[in-house]
Write a protein that binds this ligand. Structure first.
Ligand code: BEZ
Length: 211
């Protein structure tokens, strides 16, 4: 059965460009991003892994480990990393799984037979420290993902995990957030000393609490 939000992310052992890993041990107590790409030495994938490398510091600031996966073999990944570094002006510092036997692809339902019988599509999962799946997105091979959006969702998820807030449509880091409807106005005002703006009883904003 395929994964759903809130499910426990399946653990696995894998061969990667950084050696053998156990997924849970790799993640430790932090957040994780696991994402698949269709194939090495392809143009869109090269830009995506380049963007991921460019965001390595941002992910680290958010206590988030990143792990890429495709069904290509290890030596192919290693050769391709040189091309990514050269063409995208980065240093890939995150592991890429060589999922030749499709263990990870099958656990995370990354092969969509109507798109490709053999290659993974562009699936991306954000996994919380309790190892539950918090975000799942799937893109076709022809569309490179927006990694600014991935970081934005990560920020939103971490705010929700740490405060009783959610984030409105098109929210960006630093903008007001939405107070949980589970809090009374009194409790909200106490919890958010920067103030609570009440638009409707169910729509209340407060300045981003961690700024
Ligand atoms: C790409 O990364 O450009 C790509 C990979 C597989 C299929 C189509 C495009």
């Amino acid at each position: 059965m395929s994964l759903r939000l809130g499910d426990k992310a399946p653990n696995f052992k894998a061969t990667t460009t950084a050696g053998e890993i156990d997924f849970y041990e790799f993640l430790g107590d932090g957040w994780g991003i696991l994402f698949s790409h269709p194939a090495d030495y392809t143009p869109v994938c090269t830009t995506e892994l380049g963007r991921t490398a460019a965001f390595q510091e941002e992910f680290a600031k958010r206590n988030t480990k990143v792990l890429a996966v495709s069904v290509d073999p290890l030596d192919k990944h290693k050769g391709w990393i040189n091309d990514i570094n050269e063409t995208q002006n980065v240093t890939v510092g995150f592991p890429i799984i060589a999922d030749e036997d499709r263990t990870v692809a099958e656990l995370y339902d990354m092969i969509h037979p109507n798109a490709s019988a053999t290659a993974t599509v562009r699936s991306l999962f954000i996994i919380a420290p309790d190892k539950t799946v918090k975000l799942m997105i799937t893109y076709p091979a022809s569309t490179g993902r927006n990694f600014v959006e991935v970081v934005r969702v990560l920020d939103s998820l971490q705010l929700t995990a740490n405060y009783s807030v959610s984030t409105p449509a098109d929210w960006k880091d630093g903008e007001d957030v939405i107070v949980s409807t589970a809090l009374s106005n009194e409790a909200a005002k106490e919890k958010f000393p920067k103030g609570v703006r009440i638009v409707k009883p169910y729509l209340r904003y407060t300045p981003q609490p961690n700024k």
